[in-house]
Design a protein around this ligand. Structure first.
Ligand SMILES: N[C@@]1(C(=O)O)CN(C[C@@H]2CCCCN2)C[C@@H]1CCC[B-](O)(O)O
Ligand SMILES: [Mn+2]
Ligand SMILES: [Mn+2]
Ligand SMILES: [Mn+2]
Length: 305
């Protein structure tokens, strides 16, 4: 596997300080060395630098929209470069608003994508449905063709072009979805495996049906967007919006091992690790180590040795 890593120390898609430190914590836990140790060729493209944007007043309910739009424009360019260099891209967040840039940059290089969104949340609120104004709860709404008409003009967002079809999205891990998001998921017929389905089917069947859905027509490159809060808070407590009843460590690893086996993984986001949300060093370590192990599973690590 040829892996290109980009760090996006960004937190303005939400209100909790600390998530900008996720990338460097994941690196400090040995991601690069461990990927090399399992035979990957790794290029670390470093961290993006996000200039401060003064007077970034709310637009409607949206908080710090100019910073979010600009940060994602920079990220999109970086991801496109990493892809053009022939790598599988690893984007280390930062909050989940960064999926706007990551998926946009990926789509700019590999037009048709399948998106696997592993998350306690749907992150599909529009600017008009968001209950919080936090853009980390909205990234997919800017990217989906079928929602384009629902997106108003937002400063620093004009570069964004919808690039994903609703039929090409699969969710795993949902358990904290707003009513408006639920309506959107149903209305667009988006494939979802909530924690109920994970319990009912078991993770092996979930992955089998996820792949059946993604490969039902043409096999496309996979963009895996992994929000660490998909895992149960007992495994990954150091995150901004924890929700009870999440994926076990083993289920998370099974997901990434299975996606690796498809040979179609083209980009992966690992977001929402926030050390300031951990009550102890142990909680931070557990969260960071889970993120590292999930990424190692994406690139060939298997538990049988
Ligand atoms: N839908 C949300 C939004 O703010 O839009 C509201 N929700 C918080 C709220 C807490 C109380 C019970 C109902 N949910 C967080 C979510 C965004 C998560 C972003 B992610 O990147 O962490 O997934
Ligand atoms: Mn989440
Ligand atoms: Mn998320
Ligand atoms: Mn979050």
């Amino acid at each position: 596997h040829c892996v290109g890593i980009i760090g996006a120390p960004f937190s303005k898609g939400q209100q909790r300080d600390g998530v900008q430190r996720g990338a460097d914590l994941i690196r400090a836990a040995g991601l690069v060395q461990k990927l090399k140790g399992q035979g990957c060729v790794v290029k670390d493209y470093g961290n993006l630098t996000f200039e401060d944007i003064p007077n970034d007043e709310p637009v409607g309910r949206l908080k710090t929209p100019r910073a979010v739009g600009r940060a994602n424009e920079l990220l999109a360019g970086a991801v496109q470069k990493i892809k053009s260099d022939g790598n599988t891209c690893v984007m280390l967040g930062g909050d989940h608003s960064l999926a706007i840039g990551s998926i946009s940059g990926h789509a700019a290089s590999r037009h048709e994508l399948s998106v696997l969104w592993v998350d306690a949340h749907a992150d599909i609120n529009t600017p008009l449905t968001t209950p919080t104004g936090n853009i980390h709860g909205q990234p997919l709404s800017y990217l989906i063709h079928e929602l384009h008409s629902k997106i108003p003009i937002i400063p620093n967002f004009s570069w964004i072009k919808p690039c994903v079809a609703a039929k090409d999205i699969v969710y795993i891990g949902l358990r904290d979805v707003d009513p408006e998001e639920h309506y959107i998921l149903k209305h667009l017929g988006i494939k979802t495996f909530s924690m109920t389905e994970v319990d009912r089917l078991g993770i092996a069947k979930v992955m089998e049906q996820t792949c059946d859905h993604m490969f039902s027509k043409v096999k496309k490159p996979i963009h895996l967007s992994f929000d660490i809060d998909a895992l149960d808070p007992s495994v990954s407590p150091a995150t901004g919006t924890p929700a009870a009843g999440g994926l076990t460590y083993r289920e998370g690893i099974y997901i990434t091992e299975h996606i690796c086996q498809t040979g179609l993984l083209s980009a992966v986001d690992m977001v929402e690790v926030n050390p300031k949300q951990g009550k102890t060093e142990e909680e931070i370590k557990s969260t960071v180590n889970a993120a590292v192990d999930l990424l190692l599973g994406c690139f060939g690590r298997v538990r049988e040795g």
